[in-house]
Design a protein around this ligand. Structure first.
Ligand code: NIG
Ligand code: FE
Length: 434
């Protein structure tokens, strides 16, 4: 018999251990219940931040021994999921735009508010005026909220600076937050988020600035390059040039595509080999076919239906039909979707956006990790992966969307350490004791 291995965190007697680790590798299209890989009465053992063993409680108990400092967590009556991965956010911003939300509720749309000087450019003014300290505090506060809602990895975009120095500042601050905060922050360069006021009427000059100066300056500070490819913002041609320039400097392409008008952003994402194309509310079928062939993950952002005050969603049936994996993200930003809650996004995706519960859970974990190139490390609960997982005060994945707006996350484990524990506060005495 093999000698048991020492572990430093052991979660035992988990009523439902949702591994999301079905056989096939990679992102999943049209996942069903079997793909959630649920183990009843399971256990998960961790050593030095890495998952050592996952399986039935009795089997795991036979293969590991708790080290003297080992933390043992009782999972009875609970469900364990991989920590949510949020693959599309603009969380580092200053100020708020709730007045614009009020205007949209009165029928003035997002693009019209932008034309009137609000929108992204108003957040650019706030960002430029904010000190590093202000941005770090606002950013850390939002990261805390992500964590409290069960997110353990978050992508974050620049794009409210729109000068070489300010874009670099955004990425440096995100990297600093990544070092200081338990959450993993994955930085994306989005210098092509909009054309700043000082380049009004000179979009071609701004695109040159992005390509010739910003991209070389930010390479090494970001993993991805993104563009807001949209009618009236950046064309397909401009977006292609920016993404290709990013690739030459080692930035992997991603894209805001086909949100308001179909202009070929989905096809462009496929052609440049983007890891993901995001939004996709108006994407034509031929673009979905191209994306499915190139392995580009479709990221749905159903939170924008709240922020934009309109009941519109990307159509999942089109993506299922072509075997195209779907991921979910909050799009956390001050304009179109101000939330740090992946459970809220899962609720919207299921209740209004037409996803099944397994599709939404896979979309918020495994497929979301694939959308930011992290599936080798996170997104499923398997031996060898980072121990990022969340205990929920529920036993069935349906509870997450069903209990909309209730935060059921009661213990968040990041890199093998308990980063946050709410159960002692909220549950009756003794219910979580060994
Ligand atoms: O993904 N569409 C572009 N970017 C964001 C909105 C950013 C903002 O309004 O500040 C989005 O919806
Ligand atoms: Fe966005």
């Amino acid at each position: 018999m093999n000698t048991p291995v020492r572990c430093d965190l052991l979660i035992r007697k988990i009523t439902s251990l949702v591994t999301v680790a079905s056989g096939a590798p990679g992102a999943l299209s049209s996942p069903g219940w079997d793909d959630l890989g649920i183990i009843e009465n399971g256990a998960l053992a961790v050593r030095e931040g890495t998952i050592l063993a996952v399986g039935k409680d009795a089997a795991v108990a036979r293969t590991v021994v708790p080290a003297s400092h080992c933390e043992i967590v009782d999972g009875s009556g609970k469900m364990l999921l991989p920590g949510f991965v949020d693959p599309h956010t603009h969380f580092l911003f200053a100020g708020s735009r709730e007045k614009e939300y009020g205007m949209r509720a009165e029928g003035i749309d997002y693009m019209e508010i932008r034309r009137r000087g609000g929108g992204i450019l108003s957040s650019v003014r706030s960002f430029r005026a904010a000190s590093d300290e202000t941005l770090l505090c606002a950013g850390a506060d939002r990261l805390d909220r992500f964590l409290r809602n069960g997110t353990t990895t978050v992508e974050g975009k620049s794009g409210y600076g729109l000068t070489v120095d300010e874009e670099l500042r955004a990425l440096r601050l995100m990297n600093r937050l990544n070092e200081r905060h338990p959450l993993d922050v994955v930085p994306t360069f989005l210098g092509a988020h909009d054309v700043p006021g000082e380049y009004a009427g000179k979009r071609a000059d701004y695109v040159r600035l992005v390509i010739d100066e910003m991209i070389p300056a930010v390479a090494g500070h970001a993993e991805f390059c993104d563009v807001f490819c949209e009618k009236g913002v950046f064309t397909v041609g401009e977006s292609r040039a920016i993404l290709e320039a990013g690739k030459r400097c080692g930035l992997l392409p991603r894209l805001h595509a086909e949100e308001f008008a179909p202009i070929g952003g989905g096809k462009l994402a496929a052609e440049v080999g983007a890891l993901s194309a995001d939004h996709l509310l108006v994407v034509p079928e031929e673009d979905v076919i191209a994306m499915a062939k190139s392995g580009t993950v479709a990221v749905f952002l159903p939170g924008t239906s709240i922020g934009l005050a309109k009941n519109e969603f990307a159509d999942p049936s089109l993506f299922r039909k072509h075997g195209q994996p779907i991921a979910l993200a909050t799009d956390c930003n001050p304009g179109s979707s101000f939330t740090e809650s992946m459970p809220a996004v899962i609720s919207l995706a299921v209740s209004l956006g037409g996803l099944t519960v397994p599709e939404a859970i896979v979309g918020a974990t495994r497929n979301a990790a694939a959308a930011i190139g992290r599936l080798d490390r996170v997104g499923t609960l398997e031996a060898g992966k980072r121990a990022d997982c969340v205990l929920f005060d529920a036993v069935d994945p349906c509870a997450i969307p069903y209990r909309y707006s209730t935060n059921l996350a009661c213990c968040v484990v990041k890199n093998g350490a308990v980063a946050l524990r709410a159960d002692q506060v909220f549950l009756p005495n003794g219910r979580n004791s060994q």
